[in-house]
Write a new protein. Structure first.
Length: 320
């Protein structure tokens, strides 16, 4: 049954063995999905939801095996995929953390050294201040930052994927402020609540979790979020900045195009299952599937936005 259904997936995509002889014996062994972060995090959670959906709905004739390869901001696991055989049996799931380490010159590779397969989801950040902050709007905060360069303190993870949209805000505002190295969103929340920092970029779940302690000033989504329709975007308020984690799947460079397309089709079917949709909703992520040319264009735009402010990220990192 598993083999028959997987064959149907390929046929639906026009990728049956008859049309594509290279797929006649593919896949015939387990496919490894490398998660370059610890078990239990957001990247791992989506990977395991997809793995469960693939298994439950018999979307592959072979197992999809999730392998955690944590370390060095995702670079350990990413390198495993970079050096893997380009045969369709090893894939990677990662967000723009890969862009961050590349744009800062911390690694010798970039997104062009991997083959994009599919974009899965998007989860956008919002600009937050403590509930008792004097800043009522994003413009209040930016006006203060412009009048008092360097005095504003932002809780963040220095050099991470959230530091880059912060630098974009600074660049558009013609100012700079201090980045205080607190770490992830829970630590940013604690820092703001304790009065140690003035602002942070927070993930969408904190709109609910921090509703009694935080004041949201703007979402960094491309459009207003369904979960917070009254929260204006930064773009609406005059600052054309997007800050969204986009989870994407990648294969080694040189993976045959028909195998990339096959994997994209299987992963899309898994992402569209009720189980994965429920997982995304519970974690305040949205299904944002992109493949092919549209995916490549989105990657190019995202990476260029990181490159554009890499020097400012380095400069504001050096102050702390």
């Amino acid at each position: 049954m598993r083999t028959l259904i997987a064959a149907a997936v390929a046929a639906t995509l026009g990728l049956g063995a008859a049309a594509n002889p290279a797929l006649a014996d593919y896949p015939d062994k387990p496919i490894k999905l490398i998660v370059p972060f610890r078990a239990g995090g957001g990247t791992d959670g989506l990977a395991r939801a997809v793995q469960a959906a693939v298994d439950k709905h018999d979307l592959l004739p072979v197992p999809l095996v999730v392998v955690n390869a944590d370390g060095a901001a995702g670079t350990v696991g990413t390198r495993q995929v970079l050096t893997a055989e380009p045969d369709g049996y090893t894939i990677l799931q990662i967000h723009q953390e890969m862009f961050a380490v590349s744009a800062l010159g911390r690694v010798e590779y970039g997104p062009a050294d991997l083959q994009p397969v599919i974009q899965a989801s998007e989860s956008c950040l919002f600009v937050a201040v403590p509930i008792d902050s004097p800043f009522q709007t994003l413009e209040d905060l930016m006006a203060y930052a412009k009048a008092n360069p360097g005095k504003l303190k932002q809780a963040d993870d220095i050099g991470s994927s959230t530091h880059f949209p912060s630098a974009q805000l600074m660049d558009l505002g013609g100012t700079e402020w201090a980045i205080v190295p607190t770490g992830g969103t829970s630590k940013r929340f604690a820092s703001m609540k304790g009065g140690f920092t003035d602002m942070a970029l927070m993930s969408t779940p904190w709109l609910t979790k921090g509703k009694n302690d935080l004041r949201p000033l703007a979402t960094l989504a491309g459009e207003r979020m369904a979960s917070a329709p009254d929260l204006a975007t930064a773009k609406e308020q005059g600052y054309d900045v997007e800050g969204c984690l986009r989870r994407r799947y990648w294969a080694p460079k040189g993976t045959p195009a028909d195998r990339v397309a096959y994997l994209a089709g299987v992963l899309q079917k898994a992402l569209e299952t009720e189980e994965v949709q429920d997982y995304l909703a519970r974690n305040s992520e949205e299904l944002k599937v992109l493949t092919g040319d549209a995916l490549q264009a989105a990657i190019d735009a995202d990476y260029q936005a990181y490159l554009d402010v890499a020097d400012l990220v380095k400069k504001t990192s050096a102050k702390n």
